[in-house]
Write a protein that binds this ligand. Structure first.
Ligand code: GLN
Length: 544
């Protein structure tokens, strides 16, 4: 029987609920339990796929092709459990499903209402496909009191009555701010937030109190009294020096024991936290450092490249080095007086990440050229690989080489494909169709050339599966021209039609991939491409 932990947030947003959920799941997993984490997003977009990275941060893509909230990336990285489409639902999707059914006449003349139809849909989502699990953690996006999240709160309230006693638990994440002028920690916002939650019929069992300062016993007692919880259930959650310290820190504060106690579980095995000890040891005791330049478009907001940032850190953990990331706005290289050499020369590796649209593309192409000519380790991801191919095509004499994503071109080195085969059959897209949910999304296999550099990086494998999120492809018609410049197509889709990986055997480390390897990297299993890239950067750091 699966047990359910509902995680809500109060006082302010950005308290790190996602990380908290991931850390709690990791602690339960360390005790041998099978866990899964789900995210409920109260906004009306059907999924975050069409939202700007500036609004919403990165769009995290699952193996089964869902475009989801970036918190699912935290969940995967902390638990190693691959997220699925069914692990993220938005109000938009709930309403879309209900309205589709209503138009079909499925409600047989009934009035369709928030209670019970919307709440039933939310409950069904929480309960679906959980038979083989010990714990399901459900994180509700937003802050208690938001109008948008009311149906989700109501669904939780109902579930707490409908499921067995000791089968559900409510964890509320709040803020205990420090008022410098008074020199005091303030518990009132927490009291108000818990009252708000109680007014919705949910009494929290555990309070996780984010704070910049130690919360003394007196304050904890006060919170316990006013908020109607045991004092042991008031868990301080102080700012951590690294996200990797969070599970260990919460364990020390007793979070997992208190959660288990809330379920009436007294005979849980002690957690095996050795892999967290190892990760934190590597993170806090590096034996060197490298500096990587990420030349992209959304560099002002690091959440836009969340998984990439993490995967680079994982590459550092694998090599026991600290990775300094320099976020470089590609557009800067398009200005007339730009001194590309001065900016890129000190770097030990250059990475051009995924992205959309023309803005900054010439700057990215210029960075590829610098890395190629100067023998600096280069890693191109998705749009980054496409730009590497455009750069090589120009080298081959196709001077107007471009991508049709940026407008009409007579040299479409990167272009849209409207048909491709998958196991499910022919997939078709209209060139001018909807933007939502119409990309090549999710896990696709690729075949690697034996003896290629990437095959070595993948430990000798010749078949891999990686996650995709793109609308355009490198045009196979340019393969010969590009290979003549030394850019080898070392990974292709299994039918041999779509280029998946390019590399330059005559270069210390030059790899472009059409997929997003950063989505599958985990601190305990750094992705081989990031491991290899950081290792090459380390070699480069000894040269410059
Ligand atoms: N904009 C490019 C495409 O749609 C690349 C996408 C990406 O980098 N994720 O193909």
């Amino acid at each position: 029987m699966a047990r359910y932990i509902f995680i809500t947030g109060g006082v302010v947003s950005s308290l790190g609920k996602g990380l908290m959920a991931a850390s709690l799941a990791a602690l339960l997993q360390a005790r041998g339990y099978k866990v899964r984490i789900r995210k409920f997003d109260p906004y009306l977009n059907v999924d975050p796929g069409t939202m700007s990275p500036y609004q919403h941060g990165e769009v995290y893509v699952t193996d089964d092709g869902a475009e989801t909230d970036l918190d699912l990336g935290h969940y995967e990285r902390f638990t190693g459990v691959s997220a699925r489409q069914s692990d993220n639902v938005t109000s938009g999707r709930v309403y879309q499903d209900i309205i589709t059914r209503e138009r079909r006449g499925d409600y047989l003349g009934a009035t369709v209402q928030v209670i019970p139809h919307v709440t039933d849909e939310i409950k069904a989502f929480a309960l679906a496909d959980t038979d083989d699990l010990d714990f399901v953690l459900c994180e509700i996006g937003g802050t208690v009191g938001d109008i948008e999240s009311l149906p989700f709160m109501e669904a939780i309230r109902q579930l707490r009555n409908e499921l067995e006693p000791f089968q559900t638990l409510s964890v509320h994440v709040t803020l205990v701010p420090y008022i410098a002028a008074a020199g005091e920690l303030k518990t009132k916002p927490t009291q108000h937030s818990v009252r708000e939650l109680a007014s919705l019929g949910i009494k929290p069992d555990v309070l996780l109190c984010r704070s910049e300062h130690e919360i003394p016993l007196g304050e904890r007692r006060k919170i316990a009294n006013f908020c109607n919880v045991r004092i042991e259930s008031v868990i301080p959650a102080l700012d951590a020096p690294s996200i990797y310290s969070v599970p260990l820190q919460y364990h020390q504060e007793g979070l997992d024991s208190e959660v288990l106690r809330g379920f009436g579980i007294t005979d849980a095995p002690e957690p095996d936290l050795s892999r967290w000890d190892d990760v934190t040891d590597r993170y806090f005791n590096p034996e060197g450092e490298v500096t990587i330049g990420v030349v992209g478009k959304y560099v002002g907001l690091q959440d836009a490249y969340k998984s990439l940032n993490e995967a680079l850190v994982h590459g550092g953990l694998a090599n026991r080095v600290k990775v300094n990331i320099q976020w470089i706005d590609a557009e800067v290289f398009e200005q007339e007086d730009a001194d590309i050499t001065a900016q890129l020369e000190p770097l030990h590796g250059i990475l051009v990440p995924g992205g959309f649209g023309e803005r900054g593309s010439e700057g990215k192409i210029a960075s590829v050229r610098f890395a190629r000519e100067r023998g600096v380790p280069f890693f191109g991801i998705c749009l980054g690989m496409q730009m590497a191919c455009v750069e090589s095509a120009r080298l081959a004499g196709h001077t107007s080489a471009s991508s049709t994503e940026f407008g009409e071109t007579d040299e479409p080195v990167v272009g849209i494909i409207t048909e491709w085969m998958t196991e499910e059959g022919l997939q078709e897209r209209e060139a001018g169709g909807d933007l939502g949910g119409t990309m090549r999304l999710g896990a696709y296999d690729a075949k690697l050339s034996a003896n290629s550099h990437v095959s070595t990086i993948y430990g000798g494998a010749t078949e891999i599966s990686e996650r995709h999120r793109h609308r355009y492809e490198v045009n196979g018609a340019y393969k010969d021209a590009l290979e003549e410049t030394g850019l080898i197509f070392s990974g292709m889709s299994p039918d041999g039609l779509l280029p998946e990986i390019v590399e330059r055997p005559d270069h210390p480390w030059f790899v472009g991939v059409q997929f997003h390897p950063e989505l599958k990297s985990r601190p305990f299993e750094p992705h081989p491409l990031f491991d290899g890239f950081i290792s090459a950067a380390l070699t480069q750091s000894r040269l410059v």
